[in-house]
Ligand binder design. Structure first.
Ligand code: SF4
Ligand code: MG
Length: 326
């Protein structure tokens, strides 16, 4: 879980309040798969990704990677672990230092990881440059000489340099033209096959996620509301929010017309989330119990985990205490 403390004023007095940026997010990622995290902007997707890397410190909860609880590691252990978990950011323009040659940008993590042998570093840079399709001559240039797609190749090379096992890709193709998007995604898929990489792929784009991911978690207001394999989710979403999101996609069978579900209202502020199920003010299936009892993520069948009272009777504890958790 990740809570951000924020300061808020009530009647002139300073009080400290918690924005539950990410609350009760629980999922597991299998080795070698691509796990997608989808949801509208501000739902906590990026926060979840950054928390896994401890670029943001989790307020509580556990993050387990290869049997180790990451949240308990000290700085040195964490630095070592960062070799195994890398991140690719959305905006290749902003994430590259304009004053560094491409080869220096790609090499930098190796210096941070304490690899002192220069020729060893250079050899590795040439190796990854080749893997992502950058030429030797391009390594001598500065980022401004590159297009968006090429800059994302540089970002991927930088992430790959330490031979990671898990790469968190935070909207890696959202800033790119559609034609370039597929080139970058194909490259990521080839690298995954070649090196057995595991991806956590964060995106607001349901079509890209459908194309690229094996299993998917849908987030709403800092919570994971449904987790399922791709086919089960896209064929039959269970959570009303997931159903509404997916109804916006064109139907794969043109004769089978789907009705688009338009949600009422906007995403509420995470600093003042609705009581009970935080989706209830917008939900077309809202029941009385939803206003007070918080649902939790539980299996609905063998393919889906879902956090919704339509699939699980709220237990007494939730029904009584739901509001107190706010
Ligand atoms: Fe809708 Fe209730 Fe399910 Fe929340 S718990 S998504 S309000 S039906
Ligand atoms: Mg984001």
């Amino acid at each position: 879980m990740k809570y951000f403390p924020i300061k808020g004023g009530i009647f002139g007095k300073k009080t400290l309040k918690h924005v539950k940026a990410v609350d009760g997010v629980s999922f597991d990622v299998k080795e070698g798969e691509t796990f997608g995290i989808v949801g509208e902007s501000g739902c906590g997707k990026s926060t979840t990704g950054r928390t896994i890397l401890r670029l943001l410190e989790p307020t509580n909860g556990k993050i387990v990677f290869q049997g180790k609880n990451i949240t308990e590691l000290n700085k040195t252990e964490m630095r070592r672990l960062r070799k195994d978990i890398q991140i690719i950011f959305q905006d290749p323009y902003a994430s590259l230092n304009p004053r560094m040659k491409v080869k220096e940008t790609i090499e930098e993590p190796l210096i941070n990881f304490g690899i002192t042998d220069r020729s060893e570093r250079e050899k590795r840079v040439l190796e990854v440059a080749d893997q992502v399709g950058l030429s030797k001559a391009q390594l001598e240039r500065f980022p401004h000489a590159f297009s968006g797609g090429q800059r994302q190749r540089i970002g991927i090379a930088r992430a790959l340099i330490s031979k990671p096992k898990l790469i968190i890709a935070d909207e890696p193709v959202s800033a790119l033209d559609v034609s370039i998007q597929s080139q970058v995604l194909n490259l990521m898929r080839d690298l995954q096959k070649e090196f057995g990489l595991t991806y956590i792929f964060i995106s607001h784009d349901l079509s890209v996620v459908k194309h690229f991911c094996d299993r998917i978690g849908v987030m709403y207001l800092g919570k994971m509301v449904e987790v399922a394999d791709k086919k089960s989710l896209y064929d039959k979403p269970l959570h009303p929010y997931a159903e509404a999101l997916l109804s916006a996609l064109p139907s794969p069978h043109p004769l089978q017309k789907k009705e688009r579900i338009i949600l009422k209202g906007d995403v509420p502020s995470p600093s003042n989330p609705p009581s009970g199920c935080t989706f209830h003010p917008r939900c077309f299936s809202c029941m009385d119990v939803c206003k007070t009892a918080k649902p939790s993520l539980q299996p609905a069948n063998s393919q889906h985990m879902v956090s919704c009272h339509l699939y699980h009777e709220p237990n007494e504890h939730q029904a009584v205490l739901g509001d107190l958790y706010e």
